[in-house]
Design a protein around this ligand. Structure first.
Ligand SMILES: [Zn+2]
Length: 343
């Protein structure tokens, strides 16, 4: 089959489009004909690192497609022809954490596209429990844009951040895949959402597509907290959802109300800060990381997808063979939502 994989470290040109053996589904597994597989920032990091002699690995942390084979012993209602998307994390269900209902901390979990071959291919085989049906009306391309960013955003907004309908929420880097899902989830609950981005066209897109209340261009307004105070009558927001890290950390703390929550799930600008700890003492804030995610919360997210409340935001699509071009666009940051490879 045709697939995209990497071996040696390098730039976008290090991604290889070529032939790999078809997957052989094992016990309890299903096989998909993949039609869409989105890019993640992690794909760039792994490309930069290379495989250092560990052999080729098909990339792609997510995939959507049609079931073409169901192992006879798979405990599933899925059938050949069903349209599905995949959960990225495959749990072991045998470790102590899995047995105790804490599979988000599974000590033997494997991630597709990282520990196992991924979705940038024509076919993929996975445990049946990782495949979830999508609505008939949803394209594979849109479905491919949901899985990873949606699960992470649900974890941050609902499980960790416990966003409420009466909350004011600030979401950084509105154009990123995970932020665009986070905005949707906060809006779905009913919260008022403010966003930041580095271009006015991204702020306009966030207003048109996702119904955010106000956008802040961080190039024109470096002190985002001052603008947030104006927008909230001097009160601040209840929650900040951050995928940026060091560059915005201290100012984000100043955006929060006393008792506010900050949830972070990315550090693209760096991960070290000179944090003023007295801020925590004076205005007891809740600082949280995204952490692991449960199989149950993925299923809950998929309920929202199948209810029509949550969808994928696709910025651009590329044929599988144009993976290097897709990596260049990812690095340029000139997109809103997800970049999807179609196979
Ligand atoms: Zn486990």
């Amino acid at each position: 089959m045709k697939a995209v994989y990497s071996e040696e470290p390098g730039g976008p040109e290090a991604m290889i489009f070529g032939d790999r053996p078809d997957p052989e589904p094992g016990p309890g597994e299903v096989m998909l004909r993949v039609y869409g597989s989105a890019l993640n920032r992690g794909d760039i990091e792994r490309r930069n690192q290379g495989r250092s002699g560990r052999g080729p690995r098909i990339g792609g942390m997510e995939a959507a497609g049609e079931i073409v084979f169901v192992s006879p012993d798979a405990a599933t209602d899925l059938q050949v022809g069903d349209r599905v998307l995949l959960e990225n994390r495959i749990k072991c269900w045998g470790c102590e954490n899995c047995k105790n209902g804490m599979d988000h901390n599974c000590t033997a979990q494997k991630r597709i596209g990282i520990d196992l071959d991924g979705g940038h291919a024509e076919y993929i085989a996975v445990p049946a429990e990782c495949a979830f049906k999508i609505p008939d009306s949803m394209s594979f391309t849109e479905a491919a844009a949901i899985s990873q960013g949606g699960h992470t955003a649900l974890q941050c907004m609902i499980v960790q951040g416990q966003v409420k309908p009466w909350d004011d929420v600030l979401v950084h880097a509105a154009g990123s895949g995970v932020a665009s899902m986070g905005i949707q989830i906060a809006r779905m609950v009913g919260a008022r959402v403010f966003v930041t981005a580095g271009s006015d066209w991204k702020l306009e897109r966030a207003k048109e597509l996702l119904g955010v209340a106000e956008g802040i261009n961080y190039h024109e307004t470096p002190k985002v907290s001052e603008r947030i105070m104006e927008l909230t009558d001097g009160k601040g927001v209840d929650m900040v959802f951050d995928v940026v890290g060091a560059d915005v950390w201290e100012d984000s703390l100043l955006c929060l109300k006393p008792g506010g929550r900050m949830v972070i799930t990315g550090t693209t600008s760096g991960s070290r800060t000179g944090m003023n700890l007295s801020v925590l003492q004076g205005r007891p804030l809740h600082l949280m990381g995204s952490g692991g995610r449960t199989h149950r919360s993925f299923a809950e997210m998929m309920k929202c997808v199948n209810n029509g409340e949550l969808g994928g935001i696709v910025s651009q699509t590329f044929p599988l063979e144009n993976v290097s071009e897709a990596h260049r666009v990812m690095e340029s940051r000139e997109f809103f939502g997800k970049l999807v490879l179609e196979s």
